[in-house]
Design a protein around this ligand. Structure first.
Ligand code: ADP
Ligand code: MG
Length: 359
């Protein structure tokens, strides 16, 4: 039987065009012009896929998505946002949408997204039975792959353009810089999302020297923020030797890097000093403590409780995944602790504790 698609959108022109286009390709298409009529349609027939416009006259897209997910978890949902709606789209993905597209949408791209989503839906249903459509966790690696390949291609093509262009032409040089920065930002974002959803890998636990990892991490950030080297100083202090700990080297490096990047980012504007202190406490089976104290702008009191919530960020280009990744690595995967204290306008102190033995 033909697969069914429900378009929920109040834009009459657009829905008619899409309906015709999809029917010509063998889909059964119905339309709901608002939330109420869409829910009515869903009572009569449950489609395989829903194209949900978030901008509806009678109900918020978020609310409607929640209702659909609750009552019809077997429907795959592609969220359609207005231009620049990526942030909302991420929220929607967290709430169970499989993909998102921003208007204006090319029909070819829409069709591709529909095919991919239906494919994914099918394999999920076969794998696990009806109740578990993809969550952000298991869908993201797939999405990341789809984003990374074109990004690499854009980066490569841009390098060619850059080599062959007249860089004295300032607007052109600036445009190239912007594309480069945005490609870089997007790559980092995808990487952080991947780090966030990556499953733990106990196999790679080795005995690691935390001071060694710290030296490496501090060198990396010094390098990233080279142009701020006169404004931001690092002071390392350590209470003699610390024992090695069993840990996943790459993960611990990642977690400490996320913390130090935040310290730096907080001081970019006014400069300051970052103190990094390590010490060993023999009590309670023995654990290592690492303190990161910066003199940056600090954190508003009301934000402190959100720091470990995925996607919480106060930065223009933040991902809000740095600290949630730290928490996952340090607390969930290494039975350690992480705490953040801060005085707005004065600075922030992050304390990490790691046990010297894993249970
Ligand atoms: P991101 O850095 O992408 O915003 P994080 O999870 O790393 O995401 O941090 C979340 C938020 O916590 C930041 O946006 C910032 O508001 C706050 N934060 C974390 N570390 C610091 C710090 N050292 N100084 C000031 N604010 C911080
Ligand atoms: Mg961060």
């Amino acid at each position: 039987m033909n697969q069914g698609i429900l378009i929920i959108d109040d834009d009459l022109n657009y829905t008619q065009i899409v309906k015709q286009f999809l029917e010509a390709r063998g889909f059964r298409v119905s339309i709901g012009m608002d939330g109420a009529s869409a829910l009515q349609k869903l009572k009569a027939e449950i489609p395989e896929l829903i194209l949900l416009d978030l901008n509806l006259p009678d109900i918020s897209g978020k609310e409607l998505l929640a209702k659909i997910r609750e009552n019809h978890p077997e429907c795959a949902v592609i969220v359609i946002t207005g231009y620049g709606g990526e942030q909302i789209a991420i929220e929607m993905m967290k709430a169970g949408a499989i993909d998102f597209l921003s208007k204006p949408i090319e029909l070819k791209i829409l069709l591709e997204a529909i095919h991919n989503t239906l494919k994914l839906r099918k394999s999920r249903l076969e794998e696990r039975g009806d109740e578990s459509l993809p969550t952000l966790e298991n869908f993201f690696p797939f999405l990341a792959h789809e984003i990374r390949n074109p990004l690499h291609a854009i980066g490569g093509a841009l390098a060619v353009i850059q080599r062959r262009s007249d860089l004295k032409d300032e607007p052109l040089a600036q445009s190239i810089r912007i594309i480069k920065e945005e490609v870089h930002h997007l790559s980092e974002f995808v990487q952080e999302c991947l780090d966030f959803v990556r499953p733990p890998n106990k196999k790679y636990y080795t005995e690691i020297d935390i001071n060694e990892v710290l030296s490496l991490v501090l060198n990396i950030v010094r390098h990233i923020y080279e142009e701020y080297s006169s404004k931001i100083k690092i002071r390392r202090t350590a209470a003699s030797q610390v024992p090695k700990i069993p840990a996943n080297y790459e993960e611990i490096k990642q977690a400490l890097l996320n913390i130090v990047k935040n310290n730096y980012e907080a001081m970019l504007e006014n400069g300051g000093e970052l103190e990094v202190h390590t010490c060993f406490h023999p009590a309670d089976g023995g654990w290592i403590e690492i303190l990161f104290s910066d003199q940056g702008q600090g954190i508003k009191k009301e934000n402190l409780k959100h720091l470990f919530t995925p996607f919480f960020t106060t930065k223009l280009k933040g991902t809000g995944l740095g600290l949630p990744i730290c928490h996952r690595i340090i607390v969930d995967r290494h039975q350690g602790q992480i705490a953040v204290e801060s005085q707005e306008g004065q600075g922030t102190r992050v304390t990490v504790r790691l046990p010297i033995r894993q249970q």
